[in-house]
Design a protein around this ligand. Sequence first.
Ligand code: ACO
Length: 709
Amino acid sequence: MNEQTDIRSLFEPRGVAVIGASSNPAKIGYKIVENMIASGYQGEIYPINPKGGEILGRPVLKSVVDAAGPVDMAVITIPAQFVYGAAEECAQAGVKNLVVITSGFSEVGDAEEEKRLVEFSRQHGMRVLGPNIFGIYSAAAAMDATFGPGGILPGHVAIVTQSGALGIAMIGKTAAESLGLSALVSIGNKSDLDEADVLGYLAEDDATKVILLYIEGVKNGDRLAAMLKQITKRKHVVVIKSGRSKRGAMAAASHTGSLAGADDIFDSVMRQCGVLRATSVQEAFNWARFLADAPLPPGPNAVIITNGGGIGVLATDACELYNVNLYDDQPKLRETFKGVMPDFGSSKNPVDLTEQAAVDDYAQALDAVRTSPEMHACLALYCETALFDTEQFASLLRRQYARFRGKKPIVFSLFGGEKIEATTQTLRKEGIPVFADVYEAVSSLGALYQSWRNLGREEDVLDEPTFDVEAIRAVLQSARADGRSFLLADEASNVAELLGISMPRSTVARNLEEAVSAAEDIGYPVVMKVVSKDIIHKSDAGGVALDLENREEVIDAFQAIMRSCRAYKADAAIEGVEVAEMVKAGVETILGARQDASFGPTVMFGLGGIYVEVMKDVAFRAAPVSNKEALNMISEIRSYPLLLGVRGEKRKDIESVVQVATTLGHLVNVCREISDIEVNPLVVYDHGNGAKALDVRILLGEDKGVNPS
Ligand code: ACO
């Protein structure tokens, strides 16, 4: 259903029918016709209603098939039981897109009718937006086909929302704050067209500079992620997501699953895709507004200009939180700002002009930031003082903003009484990024910097998997043939070997001679464990010997194991002993990969050992991952310094971890029938000495065969 198609005709239709157009102003079918006309849509509008007549001066047709010109889009505003019939007429009329406002489909449990509608539409070359939506606005066609309050200004922000109510509220909010939109799309039930389809159009739309996505649930996450990765190389994308459900994770059968709260994966994947995730609607709105107008900074160094020490420190804290780099060249700062700073002012960054600062001092300081090649962005803060004329200051901000515009980003934060609040509102309405709260100002600049780093990122190079997929499939199939949805330890070891994941070498010896030769073959030191189905607690029975360094110790240990086990259980059937490589201590990590319900194949990395579940120090990525992305994931966990080596320890073999992570990512991408694979622990040694997987577990899910993409 979701193959890439050109949905340009949805955003730039030549003619639009409104099926269910009504002359009753209280009805949605009236409001849509009204908004279409008011927004200045230049194509033909065809109100459709069997009653005929006229609506807002437009003749009403009895059926869409009567339209004289092409109808690229039909907005449907009639009750659910009549929608299918309307779709049949649309097919007859050669309509390309159905915008189904009507509620009462899968969101209330009637998935069948929704499916029937989409199947019919697709068979007849029509795409479906909705159902259960408030409509679509497209600046490219000056078309407001929503039943919102109207008054949408054209601009550079595109909003794609799953929530109807929030989307409609956004219309009012954008109008109140003079934020211009390039598009506003309500996707509702996503029965056919989803976020990724809409993004496909917006990616190519020159007017769209920022995309704001409001997501409640992700259906085809891998497709969405692929699209987002491409778009964020060119445009800013901001996302807000609600519904942080952990249900999916609760049901999962492995560590990898249970450690992966649904939201953790979403969060990681969005970061991986270069998307900015906002925590609130207000934050998303602030970011979108700022990003739509701000130029990209020419470099990483930001400077804070303030007249209050306290607010400057707050801004410094916020800069750390939002990853904004403060310019720190003291001599240069002193030289640049010496003319505007009293002797007792600070020549550090924040540049503190002190309470005595006059409007002119601000002007000089901001000019200095603007013209300095070393300073790339500015945060101008102001605490109300008796010395300042607010009107004059507002004029200064306007002038300075105009000078910075298109060259360097600048944000303002003003704090004070009624006059300041009123000024803040006025300036915001004019599109100047002024915030009452310092954190809001810095968070917006931080979003720009994060996006700036994403935009400049290098193309991710994905190596081809090198393992023998067919040999692995044969192991999986034999487990399935045995009626199992999990692999036995030796089968999992076999898969690990095929993947090139190093596990401790081991072999079963049936007598002393075999034990000695196995030990010589593996190399000392070795461990030995009794192999007997009758002895479950091997240590209790004296059936385990560790750290055997030579032939003599192996002989002694073998005899001791046999003696103790016979004494422990005289009638035990003893098959022999398992001789295995003695694993040295290292940093214990956990690596997993699984099929996530929303994003498909994903990989996970964390610090292993007994604390993994308590610490939950884990990171995720959508798979497959490149070496670079695997390293990003690994370095994201809090305990990463352990791998870099603490207190004089050597750096660990991070390259081996990267290799296992990329391999697992490839595996779950290629073999979608593997629902979970987990390497726990993967013991990582010093750089150059590799890593060893002590345990590998594999679970099988639904047999989906080869990677469909
Ligand atoms: N072709 C053309 N016109 C028709 C047809 C047809 N086949 N059948 C009926 N009509 C006419 C009706 O006669 C009526 O016109 P009239 O006012 O001249 O009598 C008009 O179409 C509308 O039909 P009604 O039966 O009056 O339906 P009503 O307007 O009350 O409701 C609606 C239709 C709005 C689609 C409703 O069923 C619905 O789904 N409402 C919810 C919409 C919604 O909330 N969507 C999600 C938005 S997102 C959010 O959460 C905000």
